[in-house]
Design a protein around this ligand. Structure first.
Ligand SMILES: [Zn+2]
Length: 303
């Protein structure tokens, strides 16, 4: 099939680029080494940024801690947690909390200091950059392959992006100081987290390139594949409005691109549910960015 052409010229490319610059602003300063002693407590909403947009996907967070006594093997549902040395897994386990993550839930706002670091398992989280007038674009996708809140151990202390749950599910969370304390000790945890940070920056760079140079239909295919890779099913819950926010384009453009995929028999779309009928075809219609992100992924066998 010949891929239909839809202009991507209206996609603001500078949002993702600015985010990458913010990420690479690592100063090399040692993170704070205050001993971690805070007990687990109820979720504390992050402070909202002065630049927060009223058009964000925010809705009141309702964090439900499921249990504290899960078997250690459950931690391995997140590849990054699974990659930690056994001693550090045991150290973190009493402080890890399994939580439900709801569609549209904002885990933290841009410019805030996150209370928790999140390790999704079945949930998928988007890191978003927002303009002051409410336009948005996704700069990274985090699922069972990664961690949300990486800036906490990169020396920035605050986050340059907003973290929004775009596919509901579960994940683990742990208080940020606990991660910072372990990170500051160096060793295998430092190596694993830094390698993940490098892979995450590679993903951000690729998305910035994609948003600027590839057609919306290609971007849509790439983004659907990224969701599938972090899901156990062929179905995704994504409205056209959400996809438009993720890609930083007009909703009408996403609707047109999705319609073409539906006509080609690649997807079926109904009431906010995308069912991928032909994944090989979807992959053939995606831009090179999908494969390129696999090359930089820390866990290519997971996503
Ligand atoms: Zn692309």
């Amino acid at each position: 099939m010949t891929t239909s052409i839809a202009s991507a010229a209206n996609t603001p490319s500078t949002t993702a680029g600015n985010a990458i610059l913010a990420w690479t602003g690592y100063t090399g300063n040692s993170p704070a080494t205050t001993a971690y002693s805070a007990p687990r407590s109820s979720f504390q909403s992050p402070h909202r940024s002065a630049h927060h947009s009223s058009r964000s996907l925010h809705r009141p967070a309702s964090q439900q801690v499921l249990d504290d006594g899960a078997p250690l093997a459950d931690i391995n549902q997140n590849a990054l947690l699974a990659a930690l040395p056994a001693a550090d897994q045991l150290l973190w386990k009493p402080y890890l909390q399994r939580v439900d993550l709801h569609l549209g839930q904002v885990l933290y706002e841009s410019g805030c200091t996150p209370t928790y670091v999140y390790f999704p398992t079945s949930a998928i989280v988007s890191l978003m950059c927002m303009t002051q007038d409410g336009k948005s674009a996704e700069i990274a996708v985090v699922g069972r392959d990664g961690v949300v809140g990486i800036s906490m151990f990169m020396g920035g202390n605050t986050t340059p992006s907003q973290a929004v749950v775009q596919s509901p599910g579960q994940g683990w969370r742990i208080r940020s100081p606990m991660v910072l304390q372990t990170f500051s000790r160096g060793g295998p945890v430092l190596a694993v987290l830094l390698r993940y940070a490098q892979a995450a920056m590679g993903q951000m760079a690729q998305i910035a390139l994609c948003n600027r140079h590839h057609y919306i239909e290609q971007q849509l295919c790439r983004r659907l594949l990224q969701g599938l890779d972090r899901s156990d099913t062929s179905q995704l819950t994504m409205t056209h409005e959400l996809l438009a926010r993720l890609l930083g384009v007009r909703r009408e453009s996403v609707t047109a691109a999705a319609h073409r995929l539906q006509l080609a028999g690649v997807i079926d779309y109904a009431r906010g549910h995308v069912n991928v009928l032909n994944r090989p075809r979807l992959q053939s219609m995606a831009c090179e960015c999908y494969v390129a992100q696999h090359r930089v992924s820390l866990f290519p066998s997971v996503v």
